[in-house]
Write a protein that binds this ligand. Structure first.
Ligand SMILES: C[S@@+](CC[C@H](N)C(=O)[O-])C[C@H]1O[C@@H](n2cnc3c(N)ncnc32)[C@H](O)[C@@H]1O
Length: 273
């Protein structure tokens, strides 16, 4: 519908761009407001917005730096672009470790640092250690796009329809109304012990969280809200959603430090409609 589609402004583990077509085929025929409690890079939101399918949206993620970036891009995109274009943000090792060691107070500088590290860090990972520190080494990329001005402006436009939250996913219960549509893309339950990547935030997403999420899913279902969820096809997960319609997919995981672990993994999409 719109000429240009905004793209996720961060590289994010679990980014949904390759699954988009399958997700789009499975969205409800019509819906009122949209809710995405694990928004991450927001690939599906930006696509739905560019197709003209968003009336109002509630976007949430537990990661505070990510949500601060959403807030700044929504309301102060030009100031952010100006900061990112300054000579400070160079793609060199010394600059990288210098910026990595900083803890800016100012919002614009904080978000510029976050986006800079996301584009120049090894593998584009956002990974924190148990103390919440960003610990990824320099990525040595040839020509990373540290400031994609056009995309930041488009994302800002797309976010005008969104209210932003930095909370636990259960916040969706407060805002979702009958006939709304909620899409859940939680940290995936590991298919095998070594395949997990759940360090987006200081806390791991545990089995207990997966059960809590299933309970939120079923509460929304009872309220006549359309719910779509993606997760790995681990038996624990397929069992949790066995009362709903599930579509099986094979997806290539985009971010994994070991190239041989990037092979396709079985995933499911669970729908209550
Ligand atoms: C698989 S990623 C989402 C990927 C996203 N759909 C995309 O296209 O980039 C999962 C997200 O859940 C967030 N998260 C982890 N625990 C959470 C919680 N308890 N509540 C809300 N979000 C959480 C992580 O910060 C991460 O961004």
């Amino acid at each position: 519908m719109f000429e240009k589609e905004p793209k996720p402004f961060v590289k994010w583990a679990g980014g949904k761009r390759q699954l988009l077509d399958i997700l789009l085929k499975n969205i409800p025929e019509s819906f009122s407001n949209y809710h995405e409690p694990f928004v991450g890079g927001g690939a599906l939101y930006f696509r739905l917005w560019s197709e003209g399918l968003i009336k109002k949206a509630h976007l949430n993620d537990y990661n505070p730096e990510l949500m601060e970036a959403y807030r700044v891009i929504k309301s102060r995109p030009s100031e952010l672009i100006e900061e990112l274009k300054s000579t400070k943000y160079r793609n060199e090792s010394e600059t990288y470790y210098g910026i990595r060691a900083e803890t800016p107070r100012d919002s614009i500088e904080k978000v510029a640092r976050f986006l800079y590290l996301n584009k120049t860090a090894f593998n584009g990972l956002y990974r924190v250690n148990s103390k919440g520190g960003f610990n990824v080494p320099f990525g040595k990329y040839k020509n990373p796009k540290i400031c994609n001005e056009e995309n930041i402006m488009l994302v800002s436009e797309a976010l005008k329809k969104a209210t932003l939250f930095n909370d636990d996913f259960s916040i969706v219960l407060k805002y979702a109304k009958p006939k709304d549509f909620a899409y859940f893309d939680p940290p995936y339950y590991p298919i095998s012990k070594t395949s997990s990547f759940t360090n987006y935030t200081k806390l791991d997403f545990t089995e207990e969280d997966q059960r809590r999420l299933q309970s939120v899913y079923s509460q929304l279902d009872k309220k006549d809200i359309h719910v779509m969820l993606s997760n790995s096809a681990a038996p624990f997960i397929t069992e949790l959603y066995s009362n709903y319609n599930t579509v099986g997919v094979m997806a290539r995981r985009a971010i994994n430090c070991k190239a041989d672990k990037r092979g396709p993994v079985p995933e499911i999409v669970a729908l209550n409609y």
